[in-house]
Design a protein around this ligand. Structure first.
Ligand SMILES: Cc1cc2nc3c(=O)[nH]c(=O)nc-3n(C[C@H](O)[C@H](O)[C@H](O)COP(=O)(O)OP(=O)(O)OC[C@H]3O[C@@H](n4cnc5c(N)ncnc54)[C@H](O)[C@@H]3O)c2cc1C
Length: 339
């Protein structure tokens, strides 16, 4: 049997549209596959998705193993896990990646349990490297990197004896790069026999809830922390966001206190963002918050504590009270047309 070298991505889709997190993972898989001397493959299931799947070639995917069935049009944990495990058994990739999304977090542990292999949840970085333990050495293992112990340390986790190595990866942390707009992936049909027992749940009705804010694609985010969560300060944060053509973000305690809905949360357990401009208002800058915004192109921090850790990642720091600083920023922007 030839040595497994390929990297496989579980494709998440909603009514035929491939999720951004899957595209990000296909790009990251390309980098890992190059290190392993393998190729990028994908496991997909759904209905009427052939064209969308062939399009994955633009991001570096070579082959897609696709199971088509009308009953798979919407995500269902049990059949999706069964099909994914089946594809992995047949195609023997070395690494399998899932988004750390609601769908990925549901399906990946089920697949790991069927295949009896390791799974590292919520990775923020991946790499390939050698691993030594006592007198044993493993080559080209997946290094699964993620914050641990409440974000106070960054752990590198390996599962060298587990084939394949499987990880879920946070949305928004891997870069989305279209490597060749003309390239097409080969879509191969995978026949899997599915009986009534494989569908223990029936979807009777789907009620869609609109996201109240799309942080991931926002180019400008003005975020409120505990220091800007009182009604007066929040009004100023909203005003500044509106003026700059941006959206409002928040730290976790602001969301936990129900001041803003969960969709607004930036950070380790919220959304990872990379806007052109991030204005942090009254945010201390704990590691769990920084994990979600430190890669923003420009960061302006307003905090009345000159020692606040947010200033370590800010390009421009303003020491002061948000209730004084934001009105001055708004005034300056109205006069000059820039901050
Ligand atoms: C497992 C885990 C996951 C987590 N995930 C996340 C996450 O995804 N996102 C997240 O944000 N947090 C997360 N946290 C929480 C995180 O550790 C911090 O508690 C949180 O980020 C702090 O939010 P904050 O900066 O708004 O509040 P605080 O830490 O209370 O800071 C408030 C800041 O506002 C300043 N301030 C107060 N009043 C004013 C004023 N009038 N003008 C100017 N400045 C003022 C203060 O000087 C202070 O620096 C997580 C924690 C854990 C353990």
């Amino acid at each position: 049997m030839t040595e497994a070298k390929n990297v496989m991505v579980f494709i998440e889709a909603d009514r035929g549209r491939v999720a951004d997190v899957s595209l990000e993972l296909v790009c990251e898989a390309g980098r890992l596959a190059e290190r392993l001397g393998g190729t990028v493959e994908a496991a997909a299931m759904g209905y009427g998705m052939t064209e969308a799947l062939a399009d994955l070639g633009r991001y570096g995917c070579r082959r897609v193993y696709y199971t088509e069935d009308r009953r798979l049009e919407r995500f269902a944990s049990v059949p999706y896990a069964k099909i994914t495990a089946d594809i992995i058994r047949r195609r023997t990739p070395k690494v399998v990646l899932f988004g750390a999304s609601t769908t990925g977090r549901d399906v990946a542990p089920r697949v790991a349990s069927i295949l009896r292999c390791g799974l590292t949840a919520d990775c923020t970085e991946l790499d390939i490297g050698d691993y030594r333990f006592k007198d044993r050495q493993w080559e080209d293992v997946l290094l699964q990197i993620r914050p641990a112990f409440g974000g106070n340390i960054v752990a590198t986790i390996v599962s060298p004896e587990s084939v394949p190595s499987m990880a879920t990866v946070r949305e928004g942390v891997m870069r989305l790069i279209e490597s060749d707009p003309e390239a097409r992936a080969e879509v191969l049909r995978e026949a899997v026999s599915l009986g009534g027992d494989d569908f223990p749940t029936e979807i009777i009705e789907v009620i869609e809830q609109e996201r109240c804010v799309d942080l991931k694609s926002a180019r400008i985010i003005v975020a409120a922390g505990v220091g800007a969560s009182d009604p007066e300060s929040l009004k100023l944060v909203r005003q500044l966001a509106r003026l700059l053509g941006g959206v409002v973000g928040a730290s976790r305690p602001v969301v936990d206190a129900c001041v803003l809905p969960r969709d607004h949360q930036v950070g380790q357990t919220g959304t990872t963002v990379r806007p052109n401009l991030y204005v942090a208002c009254g945010i201390s800058g704990q590691i769990q918050h920084r994990a979600g915004m430190a890669e923003s192109k420009r960061i302006i921090a307003i905090n009345r504590d000159p020692d606040a850790p947010i200033f370590d990642v800010a390009h421009y720091g303003i020491v002061g009270d948000v209730r004084e600083v934001i009105p001055r920023m708004i005034k300056a922007y109205k006069v000059r047309g820039t901050l």
